[in-house]
Design a protein around this ligand. Sequence first.
Ligand code: SAM
Ligand code: SF4
Length: 330
Amino acid sequence: MSKLIDAFGRQISYVRLAVTDRCNLRCQYCMPAHGIDIVDRKELLTYKEMYRIIRVLTELGVNKVRLTGGEPFVRKDFMSFLKMLSFNDLLDDINITTNGALIANHISDLEQLQKVKNINLSIDSLQAEKFNQITRRKVFDEVYKTLERLEKSTLNLKLNMVIQSGINTDEITDFVALTQDKNMAVRFIEEMPFNGKGQREMTEIWNYKRILAEIKTKFKVTPIVSEKSSTSRNFSIDKHQGTVGIIPAFTRTICGDCNRIRITSTGMFKNCLFDDGVFNLRDFLRNGASNDDLKNVFLSLVKEKPKNGFVAEANRKKGDVSESMSTIGG
Ligand code: SAM
Ligand code: SF4
């Protein structure tokens, strides 16, 4: 079987797929208050197209998919799509990133889907008012209920907290404290300029080093050896059930072992979060491409995967990064 191996010998085994560009929230760091210009429904990949793309990728050695968006649970029949995707016998893991505002009633159904193992829940504050300000919607209670239900479920839970200078840095250690009696991984993400506007004014730089220093003001952490391709640097804390991690999304010190590709909700193939999209799979499929054509395209596209996010950014044709994460698929 041909495998997806890039010019630096990295084997691609993980695809992130945005199932929609729509979202029920308006997080300040992700999009402007009025939202983003969503595309016409027919420009989105259909579930059948997504299934086919994933199937072909799994025939080339991909064994994990992360479904994201926009908010995946906003798309109609998303649960049915999960069931459909579970029929792919070459797929080991279906992971989901969600804001959690719409999923409390789906948790027991998600537990029934054997390939759905990991849920990443985005929550940037434990204070209801601040959370509602960040997301520009009043959904804290619902999201926190989801957090508690997921933590008690059979699914592995990871929390994603985007560190926003001047907004929620005072809560980093509160999030660490949550891991004392909750079996979950809390991950702190460096803020990136993918917010529909570009780099915002920051009062202070909160990078990996600074976040780690803040955690260490209250906790003694021990590094955990993680998978080489892990996006986070992870730590355990004595007597805590859960763990913490930091995702150097902006300082990009993790690119060397990247095993990922991305597909946006409109079918744009991306080798890197920081590139501006390198091939339109949707048009290729709708113009009659066969599965073999798709395979050949994937094999040649990954050869162009840039060494790291800095090279990807420098090669962009559309200027500075500013598109919303909900368009790209975070
Ligand atoms: N709506 C879902 C959610 O919020 O979990 C899935 C899509 S969201 C774009 C995926 C992840 O990207 C979330 O954890 C979110 O916090 C993160 N994200 C969005 N904009 C970001 C930014 N500018 N910098 C860093 N992370 C960002
Ligand atoms: Fe929506 Fe997720 Fe972006 Fe927040 S981070 S606006 S929940 S897509």
